[in-house]
Design a protein around this ligand. Structure first.
Ligand code: NDP
Ligand code: HEM
Length: 501
């Protein structure tokens, strides 16, 4: 028995939550049964728009603990030696809808919200250090190729490979996607990467460039396409089950946190542009430095409130951590908060999961669902400047000037870029079996696309390594022969036997 009384949302007691109010036992219902009307109306509003990308996700809370010392590079409180910061990690697949199966070949999102004492710092990365495109103009086009075809309402391998083969900058990410790491068993066994170049700013207001890495301490685990198909046949929630049950039984996943640091003056010294999201910084040039550990140790109490309503944005930076000229990052600084205002509403940052855990003072006013009133701490301070003790700006958060130059122009982002060299380095990391799986995965993903598109893509593979092109070509030929002999076998079978198969 419970001592809690059921009430309406207005707090009045509910006498009957089983039987509707009708005229006679079989009769029509009365409009007066407002409790039924409210119940149905609430149900009609239970869904919010799913994320336009990364709709299917899994998340948990935890702690970032800093053990290293990079205080000479950054004044960020959360990155000082010994700092412990509460955080939320939401991982996701990119293309699938909210109900998609977990065990799909796709990049995994790796979005972290650090609730620092200086405001929320969001690092919205992936399990890959690079991305498919380097100019944000291409992001919506790329995503269209991953989503459903307007007529068939099915995913379209033709669209994917058409776009990729016309966009050589995608080759690095495509190779990772088609390799073992493109189909991880769960999120405890993946690395996370901030991917973009960001900046760190120290107490003397000096800037260095930085890349963030989160290395799984559980090791890497992946499925083959065949294994994943079997898993999906059994459960569509394999990642959710793995994460939730691990944390529930106290087996807390951990990631080693690393940074690569580049002096500001090194820009222009390398053959690669350090702000190009399709490139890594080779470890030989900039060795990773261990700075701490991130641990997940608490499951959300309510998935919708804490994971579905979580809003991550690369625009959320804190003093000591800032942006870089990366064109993709610059576009993302706009895109996410805009998406949240559409998906969650104007005041999404006041939802408990998104609310900073430090004092918040701003002059934004009113708006739909404003349940928090004035955030200035003073009734008469509702504009700025004012004489009524309202919050004032903090000059200590000023960043050092960023030297930029050049004519405003639509520069061809493909000019002068070597899209193959780092892919060759990656290809050379793979052993014989990893390469064989890469070739088969690509052949399976390419199956059925027009020959001219396949040939255009094969030409890119050849520029990475002749063995890459030859391997995929052979895998495609093997599939053609296998499909042809399967078709012949089916034709030769008596009709009843075919149906029974
Ligand atoms: P390194 O040999 O120093 O670094 C190789 C990196 O590749 C390691 O971080 C390793 O990650 C990762 N790696 C190892 N095996 C695989 C795999 N099967 N699939 C994907 N990644 C793998 O060389 P470089 O720094 O010069 O990089 C060489 C290539 O490695 C790059 O062109 C890039 O494609 C890839 N890479 C580079 C990263 C970087 O930041 N420099 C990060 C990730 C990949 P782990 O430690 O987890 O095994
Ligand atoms: C989600 C836009 C590139 C990682 C999203 C969302 C949008 C978006 C609109 C949905 C947000 C929401 O509704 O909550 C863009 C644009 C990009 C871009 C415009 C390029 C110009 C990237 C890159 C990465 C990335 C390069 C990783 C390095 C993510 C992740 C999520 C996400 C992890 C899910 C966040 C969550 O868990 O809520 N993106 N994106 N995106 N994006 Fe991007």
């Amino acid at each position: 028995m419970t001592d809690k009384k059921l009430t309406t949302t207005a707090g009045a007691p509910v006498a009957d939550n089983q039987n509707s109010l009708s005229a006679g036992p079989r009769g029509p219902l009365l409009m007066q049964d407002y409790q039924l009307l409210e119940k149905l109306a609430h149900q009609n509003r239970e869904r919010i728009p799913e994320r336009t990308v990364h709709a299917k996700g899994w998340g948990a809370f935890g702690t970032l603990t800093i053990t290293g010392d990079i205080s000479k590079f950054t004044k960020a409180a959360a990155l000082q030696p010994g700092a412990k910061t509460e955080m939320l990690l939401r991982c996701s697949t990119v293309a699938g809808e909210l109900g998609a199966a977990d065990a799909e070949r796709d990049v995994r999102g790796f979005a972290i919200k650090f609730y620092t004492t200086e405001g929320n710092w969001d690092l919205v990365g992936n399990n890959t250090p690079v991305f498919f495109v380097r100019d944000p103009y291409k992001f919506p086009d790329f995503i269209h190729t991953q989503k459903r075809h307007p007529k068939t309402n099915m995913r379209s391998p033709t669209a994917m490979w058409d776009f990729w083969s016309l966009s050589p900058e995608s080759l690095h990410q495509v190779t990772i996607l088609m390799s073992d790491r493109g189909l991880p068993t769960d999120i405890r066994h993946i690395n996370g990467y901030g991917s973009h170049t960001y900046s760190l700013i120290n107490a003397k207001n000096e800037r260095v460039w930085v890349k963030f890495h989160f290395k799984t301490m559980q090791g890497h685990k992946h499925w083959t396409n065949k294994e994943a198909a079997d898993i999906v046949g059994h459960t569509r929630e394999s990642t959710q089950e793995d994460l939730f049950t691990s944390i529930e039984k106290g087996d807390f996943p951990k990631w080693k946190v690393q940074v690569q640091i580049m002096p500001e003056a090194d820009v222009g010294k390398h053959w690669y542009n350090p702000f190009d999201l399709t490139k890594v910084w080779p470890h030989g040039d900039y060795p990773p430095i261990d700075i701490g550990v991130m641990e997940l140790n608490r499951n959300p109490e309510n998935y919708f409130a804490e994971i579905e309503q979580a809003a991550f944005s690369p625009s959320n930076i804190v003093p000591g951590i800032s942006f870089s000229p990366d064109k993709m990052l610059q576009a993302r600084i706009f895109s996410y908060a805009d998406a949240h205002r559409y998906r969650l509403g104007t005041h999404y940052e006041h939802l408990p999961v998104n609310a900073p855990k430090c004092p918040v003072h701003h002059y934004h006013k009113d708006g739909p669902m404003n349940f928090f009133g004035q955030q200035t701490g003073s009734t008469d301070a509702y504009y700025e400047p004012n004489s009524f003790n309202g919050p004032v700006e903090d000059k200590s958060a000023l960043e050092p000037p960023l030297a930029i130059s050049g004519d405003a122009e639509r520069y061809n982002h493909r000019d002068g870029n070597d899209d193959y060299r780092q892919v060759t380095a990656l290809f050379n990391l793979f052993d014989k079996d990893q390469k064989a799986r890469l070739f088969t995965n690509i052949a399976e993903a390419m199956w059925g696309i027009p020959d001219f598109i396949a040939e255009r893509q094969l030409a890119h593979f050849k520029k990475v390594h002749p063995e890459y092109e030859a391997g995929v070509r052979t895998a495609l030929e093997h599939m053609t022969r296998a499909k042809a002999s399967e078709a012949t076998r089916q034709q030769k079978m008596p009709q009843g036997a075919q149906a029974a198969e």
